[in-house]
Design a protein around this ligand. Sequence first.
Ligand code: GDP
Length: 357
Amino acid sequence: MKVALIGVGQAGGKLSQALAEFDHQMGFDAVCGALAVNTARADLQNLDIDTMLIGQDRVKGHGVGGDNELGAQIMQENATEVMDDLGGRLTTEAEAIMIVAGLGGGTGSGGAPMLARELKRIYDIPVYVLGVLPGQDEGGLYQANAGRSLKTAVREADSLLLVDNDAWRASGDSVAAGYERINDAIAQRVGILLAAGEAVEGVGESVVDSSEIINTLRGGGISALGYASAPASEETTANVNTITSVTRSALLTSMSLPDAVAAESALVVIAGDPDRLTRKGVERARRWVEDETGSMEVRGGDFPMDSEKIAALVLVSGVERSSRVDEFMDRADEAASQEANTTDIEEYATDDLDSLI
Ligand code: GDP
């Protein structure tokens, strides 16, 4: 699936760059343009992708701190400029737009949902937000900001693909090493998902295409992505079990939003050497995901890759009722009321988790 990426804020810019680099290194060619937008000049300086500084008249290139309302306002004022810049890059090729942001900060937290709203007014292709949730050890302002941003992004975007910063971090990682690991994991997993929609040949014509990704996400709401891999056997029949077991690991232990299992719809992509994949294995994995998610709408297909391993990628959509989302929203609500007590921000005091826009 060909996508145009727009990173908003610091995390959004870094992640868009990681995604564009992975896509390029792998020769997938699914990313057809990447732009980083920020109110902080310094955060744009280390990026190799195209950049745009916004809100200079307001914050003079210094960023919005943790003020996501200001982030939303600045994006609204500059949306036309961002879209003009994007319009030039959005060749007729792009099948979707993906806005990428950390939901706990200011520029991305406020800017991403606002940009989704503005883009949807103009473009017919789906507008997705890839949003990063703060880890549990991050401060109250991050939690409260992410709560409001999540609520707003769910409403404005065609789907909010969530990655919890606690999901793919290894214990013992420093914050910086943790980010690097998570960013690499996101780039690989989202990168393979997009590339899967680009493949032309598969096993028994079961190759995934872009419309299957788009249809899986069509119901809107929150989505999440799981991934796991294991060595493939030389024998195709032995790989039926491998395919099932990597699919189980992907859904049960390696999700971007842990415990997001109950879903409205899902897509299972099995990647590996076409000579080692089996149609039967893919079908069995697909049926297992149907049972586990309780969804009647589970698509399945394969993605031929030159690899000694077999990997399963599981995209689940409509997971907003999962316990992880509830837990997070409780955390965000509580943080918002504490923020209200300490900083006396009016909006927080009157209605904890108001939508941002
Ligand atoms: P902004 O520039 O104002 O949009 O703020 P940030 O992008 O720094 O957003 C802060 C949130 O993003 C926090 O929850 C951080 O944990 C998270 N974050 C910042 N940098 C990274 C990164 O490189 N990777 C990931 N996964 N999260 C990040």
